[in-house]
Design a protein. Structure first.
Length: 552
């Protein structure tokens, strides 16, 4: 049944209402700058003019062809902010040709079931649609269900009088929403900048992406440098899946195209889009309906031969999946690009830091290996002491920064042996009293060397104090109890444990159980009891193994 076109005032006789009173009421309604109050009062006035019990007001979003419910009148349902596509609905013509429309037998209309609130008002007999426009373009639209009368001139006058105010109020509301999202984005970026933990950064990224973009889930793909495939690295709100097994071939899928073209892609209906890669859904158990995909692009600072040069490159992609309210918008895309770009830059800094740290540790290990190599019986000793020391630190629950100090300091604990003559270091038998006195100088020599390196000053306690004893009978300074740093106490236990369990020219190495028994016997007098217990736990849980066990 075709709708009645009531764009002309002659279609239905207007109510004999006092125009002056209506004008005053409209001015009162228009005086409010709060969008919610303005829309509420406008809808109430329309319902009063039409003698209707139920109605709703919607904001129109032209970029996604949607209306968003802002106010309902006369219904128990207060579920506002719900988005509805106008395509195929009775509001479709309003998007291109806004005009007051009346549907006298609305349930007979093919587009009724696609019309906003049709489920809420299934028994409605008729529907009046009132558009609010600005320069001929739809801004908002009202639905009045089962109007008892239609004073067309008054409704048209009210629409014309309030359209500009509604437009301004909705712009202000959008500005508030944008500002709130920008503030949220700034806060999120601040949180991302607070960590150099790669896994934590990526987890924060996908969780915040879903929250910021009002999505059911988000996923992060990183490029496999060897194959060029996109590997699903992390996903939020998905079933537990072995993500490393989910790979997307280069250029495939929506995410693949976003990465290869280096531009955002918005897909409102994934199942009908030829680019959709359903294998990810099949493997994950997640049903993708709508997608916003953006590339992860960063400015890379290079090390090595081209040190200091910047190079822009894409390292992966970020997806937001299933917009909770309506479809993803260009504003969502801009937010996602800002978030992804910042995260990619921080990720590049983390990787750069990791590369620099690896280079740093490689240089130290090369130095330590050259020192250990001077004595064929202690080859690999410093590396094993470092592993044991780190295991102790982890068992003690020390923070990552301290564990790093332990790792580097224990690696360098014997660096002072560089100043000990080879005939003493390589002597196969026991040392004489004079030779041992010279050997006891290596902690002080090492400390003096490392004090000259600003970045390695924190290693000095491990180097100078790993031969100190709680009872004050150690060397080189005879420190007692708490005078010995925690770093020194940790490395002392690890050093003796490796020394006891390693073969020497004059004796065979002990079994681990024997060495642990010795350490526990002297805990509290020679060694820190806490550190000994921590080493014992680490061995019992197979976090560490002695040299003989590794060889076997």
């Amino acid at each position: 049944m075709p709708p009645s076109d009531i764009s002309s005032a002659s279609a239905i006789s207007p109510l004999p209402a006092p125009w002056q009173d209506l004008f005053a009421r409209l001015n009162h309604v228009a005086a409010c700058y709060d969008a919610k109050v303005l829309l509420r009062d406008t809808l109430a006035l329309l319902c009063e003019l039409c003698g209707a019990e139920y109605g709703a007001m919607y904001e129109y979003r032209p970029e996604v062809q949607e209306v968003v419910c802002r106010i309902r009148h006369g219904t128990w349902c207060d579920d506002t902010k719900v988005c509805f596509p106008v395509e195929r609905s009775l509001l479709a013509e309003q998007a291109t040709s806004p005009q007051i429309r009346f549907f006298p037998n609305v349930r007979a209309e093919p587009g009724w079931k696609y019309t906003p609130d049709s489920d809420l008002h299934r028994e409605a007999k008729s529907l009046l649609v009132v558009p609010f426009t600005r320069n001929g373009k739809l801004v908002a639209v009202g639905e009045i269900f089962d109007p008892q009368e239609i004073p067309l001139e008054q409704i048209a006058f009210a629409s014309a009088r309030l359209s500009t105010e509604i437009h301004k109020a909705l712009l202000a509301l959008q500005s508030q929403r944008d500002n709130a999202r920008l503030q949220a984005l700034v806060a999120i970026i601040g949180e991302l900048n607070s960590t150099l933990d790669r896994d934590r950064l990526l987890r924060l990224l996908i969780n915040y992406a879903a929250e910021l973009l009002d999505a059911e889930a988000s996923s992060l793909f990183l490029i496999d440098e060897k194959t060029g495939e996109l590997v699903l690295h992390l996903a939020s709100n998905w079933q537990e899946v072995p993500v490393e097994k989910i790979r997307v071939p280069p250029g495939k899928g929506i995410i693949g195209e976003a990465v290869s073209k280096e531009e955002p892609i918005l897909v409102p209906q994934a199942d009908t889009d030829r680019r959709h890669y359903p294998k990810v859904d099949l493997k994950s158990g997640f049903v993708t309906r709508s997608v916003l995909a953006v590339p992860l692009r960063s400015q890379m600072l290079t090390l090595g031969q081209n040190m200091g040069q910047y190079k822009a490159r894409v390292i992966g992609g970020l997806e937001a999946l299933n917009k909770r309210h309506g479809n993803f918008t260009q504003q969502d895309a801009r937010m996602a690009i800002l978030l992804a770009g910042q995260a990619a830059t921080i990720l590049s800094v983390i990787d750069l830091y990791a590369d620099a740290n690896e280079l740093f540790l490689d240089a130290i290990q090369a130095l330590v290996a050259s020192i250990d190599a001077k004595d064929p019986y202690t080859e690999g000793h410093s590396r094993r002491v470092s592993e044991f020391s780190v295991a102790i630190a982890e068992e003690l629950g020390l923070p990552p920064a301290t564990i790093r100090q332990v790792r580097v300091g224990s690696l360098l604990h014997d660096v002072g042996k560089i100043g000990i003559p080879d005939n003493i270091l390589k002597k196969p038998g026991r040392l004489t009293k004079e030779e041992f006195a010279r050997m006891k100088e290596h902690p002080a020599i090492g400390g003096a060397i490392m004090r000259q390196v600003r970045l390695l000053e924190h290693t000095v306690p491990a180097i100078e104090e790993h031969h100190e004893r709680l009872d004050g009978k150690g060397y080189p300074r005879g420190l007692i109890g708490e005078q010995i740093s925690l770093l020194g106490r940790i490395v002392a236990v690890a050093d003796v444990f490796d020394a006891l369990t390693s073969d020497r020219p004059y004796r065979k190495g002990w079994r681990a159980e024997e060495a642990l028994a010795y350490l526990n016997e002297h805990a509290g007098t020679q060694f820190s009891a806490r550190c000994v217990r921590a080493l014992t736990r680490a061995y019992a849980t197979e976090k560490i193994r002695i040299q003989k066990e590794r060889d076997a």
